[in-house]
Design a protein around this ligand. Sequence first.
Ligand SMILES: NC(=O)c1ccc[n+]([C@@H]2O[C@H](COP(=O)([O-])OP(=O)(O)OC[C@H]3O[C@@H](n4cnc5c(N)ncnc54)[C@H](OP(=O)(O)O)[C@@H]3O)[C@@H](O)[C@H]2O)c1
Length: 295
Amino acid sequence: MDRIRLNDALEMSRLVYGMWRLGDDDNTTADHVRNKIAACLDQGITTMDQADIYGGYEAEEILGNALTPELRHRIEIVTKCDIVAPVGRYADARVKHYDTSRAHILASVDHSLRLMKIDHIDLLLIHRPDPMMDHFETGAALDEVVKSGKVRAVGVSNFRPWDWELLQSAMKTPLVTNQIEISLLHHTPFTNGDVAFHQRHGQPIMAWSPLGGGALFDGKHTALRARLSEIGAEQGTDDAAVAVAWLLAHPARILPVLGTNNLDRIARIGDAAKVRMDRETWFDLYTLALGHEVA
Ligand SMILES: NC(=O)c1ccc[n+]([C@@H]2O[C@H](COP(=O)([O-])OP(=O)(O)OC[C@H]3O[C@@H](n4cnc5c(N)ncnc54)[C@H](OP(=O)(O)O)[C@@H]3O)[C@@H](O)[C@H]2O)c1
């Protein structure tokens, strides 16, 4: 499994396992979570993607209950903050909102450390752009959590290039990545400037919902799915692996974040890295995703 260096203190596996749905699994026992992580590690997938809000602010604790000190040292933990929804510890919030204040970021980092029973977060992301962001305050808070050693690297999620530039302009620490939605079902980032911006600046991009959050398999994308399966069959793998390989083939260094709860599927996430994809195959799939040939 390829590894991507994000800064002097952090390297991540090219394929990432996402834990948004961890709490939705029928089985959230520590043993089962450890089995999922073990299936990832067997393939060289060492990076786990979390967020404070996942599972109504409970998914970090589900992971924390499963982590042994030995296991913690073998993985990188990404987590996020700034979404405040009126559930769990924020049940008193009057309205769902974003909070990028220093107080919220510092408190959220401490909650994440405590719930996951860890002494540092490998990568902290601001989850969503906050229209009320005071970039000087947010930037200083992110610098502060890195300086304190609680966080190894900082980045953002769902930011547009101008959001990134605003925040970065008020920070000493370089932002290392932007986690955005990209897939065959959500390919506008390839043409709206999002991918180009980070490619230009050499920042790897994390792609969430690389299988469209499962929508790729909902029966509405028959031609695309048939072609993915055909390519998969030619190379001894399946449609999902080919869809993820479509992201891996792009020169921007995209790190797909997969979210299946199914142990058999988790054990096959790494197959995507073995798929060969030439330029014409990439465009073949892009054409089917667009619904028409390129101009
Ligand atoms: N930064 C953000 O704003 C943001 C937003 C959303 C997600 N994320 C991150 O991205 C991660 C991945 O998101 P995601 O879970 O939506 O990604 P995904 O991998 O595109 O979708 C996973 C979903 O697809 C289903 N699925 C996977 N393979 C399938 C197959 N072969 N046939 C049928 N169904 C299949 C899974 O069901 P099974 O479990 O049954 O396999 C699961 O429900 C999350 O865990 C989270 O870490 C970040």
